[in-house]
Design a protein around this ligand. Structure first.
Ligand code: G6P
Length: 610
């Protein structure tokens, strides 16, 4: 949801900023802009569309500078066009600012500024912030003070970077609700909304917390709160390697990330399996195990794909640990009056660790005294830092906007947490050992599924003309049906719905005809026969069916048009396997339709606004 990058040093910042924007493009890609100080003047270049459009324009204008900030946008206020793109500037074009987040009280601030004769050229809330800072500069304040005064009047969220031609030796950054990280170089410094944009240049970073800001100079930085109290910040080392955020030989990040799953899943359980004890070891939960196991209730909150993982977690925890578990959309949780007590454990799942609704829900649960745990992918992210304890999924950077490997890794971590609690409650050693053994076998089984890529591609090619799809599964595979449908709509723009297979009779069956394909997730588990009856019901109405079935399922082939056969595992782990063919199906349909699978229209990977 908008990406920010900035540089102050001795090199030409243009290639550094463009490269940084490209690495942040998954955060938003409807327009982009760059602002530099050149010969004491502010120069802003903005372009509608992708970063590459901006790159072409910047090349044409042949500019260079040692000081610059840049932005890739996901529109909130105002359509994506050149005028609304960032950076935004003050009246005299001396001050320029990029912003990630939302200024909620912008109408009030705008009216006040208009009364003081400030004029506005864009439809954005960000321009109000620039003009507000300008109004404090006009009262004789230095930049840092003007930014502080302005931010103290702002309601909402922000990660900002500001440049000012009258104080060209520094850029100012501040954070509330949107991530902001400073990269420490040698005689040069960087800022960005995530470390992906920095790691080509430095591995030493400083994460700002909410309410903090920094004056970043070429050779040092000074951190303080927006109330002007000085603070000491720790410099941290990041271990991310550049090839982890490159596409390599793959056409798309999404395909790379799907194909990486044998390894990403392994990384999620590496060093965490206790074979003899039939349990798991999770460093991030050390000291909290008993409290979690004694919880009266477990509540899992998340959004999007992470919410689907949470649903699988509910099935796991209730079956094996016997603790009542509820799953809630973070966006709903935060705005009702949820019943949460200190006897509850609340788990917040987020790939990015920055989703605004999930973060706010977490803070609400904390206020109500629950034990608050995070399951995140991005190390050092806001949700990870806000949680009392937690588990990283270690899936590695996920760049494709549609989540794939993060989902399967979230399922692994949920299984590990389940077994950790369950072994302290009701799960026998033998059963615990079986789960651990089965988990260890999962990466090899994923390899087998990935070998079906060409077969799945051929099936996908048959369905590019479909306008609607139904995804059906039961039990553990009901959330997989939801996730399969979400993958398809996100990247192929085909309308798809996921349903519990039996519920299909209560409405969706009315839609079935030979133009409405259904995907059945039907491994041979305890509800297999029931799902087969649902298949018969669809067949009787001429619906075409793709089934995800086990290798040795002899019945299914005669019932459905297309069968994708996958290996078996225990029920609780089956979603890790069944979700993968669905990722490939969605991917190939979208590619065949000629769509941009890594950056689907209107979506962003990290949703830092409500
Ligand atoms: C966005 C992304 C989804 C993701 C969801 C939750 O909508 O496009 O892929 O599942 O946010 O994100 P999180 O980072 O909290 O898991």
């Amino acid at each position: 949801m908008c990406g920010i990058v900035g540089y102050i040093g001795t090199k030409n910042c243009i290639p550094i900023l463009i490269e940084g924007l490209k690495r942040l493009e998954y955060r938003g890609y409807d327009s982009a802009g760059i602002g530099v100080i050149k010969n004491g003047l502010c120069r802003v270049i903005k372009q509608k569309g992708k970063v590459v459009e901006l790159e072409n324009e910047v090349e044409k204008q042949n500019t260079s500078s040692t000081f610059g900030i840049a932005h890739t946008r996901w529109a909130t206020h105002g359509v994506p066009n050149q005028i609304n793109a960032h950076p935004h500037t003050d009246t005299e074009e001396k001050l320029f600012l990029v912003h990630n987040g939302i200024i909620e009280n912008y109408t009030v601030l705008k009216k006040r500024l208009e009364l003081d004769s400030y004029e506005f050229y864009s439809e954005t809330d960000t321009e109000i912030l620039v003009k507000l800072i300008e109004s404090f500069l006009n009262k004789g304040n230095v930049l840092c003070k003007a930014v502080q005064y302005a931010l103290n009047e702002v309601k909402g969220t922000y990660g900002i970077a500001v440049g000012y031609t009258d104080e060209p030796d520094k850029l100012i950054v501040a954070k509330k609700g949107s991530p902001l990280v400073i990269g420490i170089g040698d005689g040069e410094n960087f800022i960005a909304s995530d470390v992906n944009a920095l790691i080509a240049h430095t591995s030493r970073v400083v994460y700002l917390e909410d309410g903090e800001m920094a004056e970043v100079y070429r050779d040092r930085f000074e951190a303080k709160t927006i109330e002007d109290e000085e603070i000491q910040k720790e410099i941290q080392e990041v271990t991310l390697a550049l090839d982890e955020i490159s596409k390599g030989d793959y056409d798309h990040f999404m395909l790379k990330e799907i194909m990486e799953q044998p390894l990403s899943v392994k990384n999620s359980f590496r060093g965490r399996l206790l074979f003899e004890e039939g349990s798991s070891k999770l460093g991030g939960l050390q000291g909290y195990e008993e409290r979690i196991a004694r919880s009266k209730r477990i509540l899992i909150c998340a959004c999007g794909t992470s919410w689907h993982a949470a649903l699988v977690g509910e099935y796991m925890i209730e079956q094996f640990a016997g603790i009542p578990t509820e799953v809630e959309y973070a966006s709903e949780f935060r705005y009702r009056n949820p019943i949460v007590t200190p006897d509850d454990t609340c788990i917040f799942i987020s790939q990015s660790g920055e989703t605004a609704d999930t973060l706010a829900a977490m803070k609400e649960a904390k206020r109500r005294g629950a034990l608050v745990l995070g399951i995140c992918n991005v190390v050092g992210s806001s949700i990870a830092r806000e949680s009392e304890a937690g588990v990283y999924i270690h899936a590695g950077p996920e760049i494709g906007v549609a989540s794939t490997k993060a989902f399967t890794s979230q399922l692994v971590v949920l299984a590990l947490i389940t077994i950790l609690i369950a072994r302290r409650r009701q799960l026998s050693l033998i059963d615990g050992q079986e789960i651990i053994r089965e988990l260890d076998l999962i990466p090899a089984k994923i390899e087998q599924i990935l070998e079906l890529n060409d077969e799945i591609k051929a099936i996908a090619n048959e369905f590019t003309g479909a306008k609607n799809f139904l995804y059906l599964g039961r039990g553990y595979n009901f959330p997989v049906a939801l996730e399969g449908a979400l993958k398809l709509k996100e990247i192929s723009y085909i309308h798809a719905e996921g349903y519990p297979a039996a519920e299909m009779k209560h409405g969706p069956i009315a839609l079935i005809d030979d133009n409405m394909p259904s995907v059945f997730i039907t491994p041979q588990d305890s509800v297999y026969d029931k799902v087969v009856s649902n298949i018969e019901e669809i067949k009787a109405r001429s619906g075409k069916i793709i089934a995800i079935a086990n290798m040795d399922d002899e019945k299914i082939g005669s019932l459905v048009e297309y069968t994708i056969r996958i290996p078996e595992t225990i029920r609780m782990l089956m979603p890790i396997l069944t979700s993968i063919p669905l990722q490939l199906l969605a991917y190939h349909i979208a590619v065949k339709k000629g769509l941009n699978v890594d950056q689907p229209r209107n979506l962003a990977k990290s949703v830092t606004v409500e």
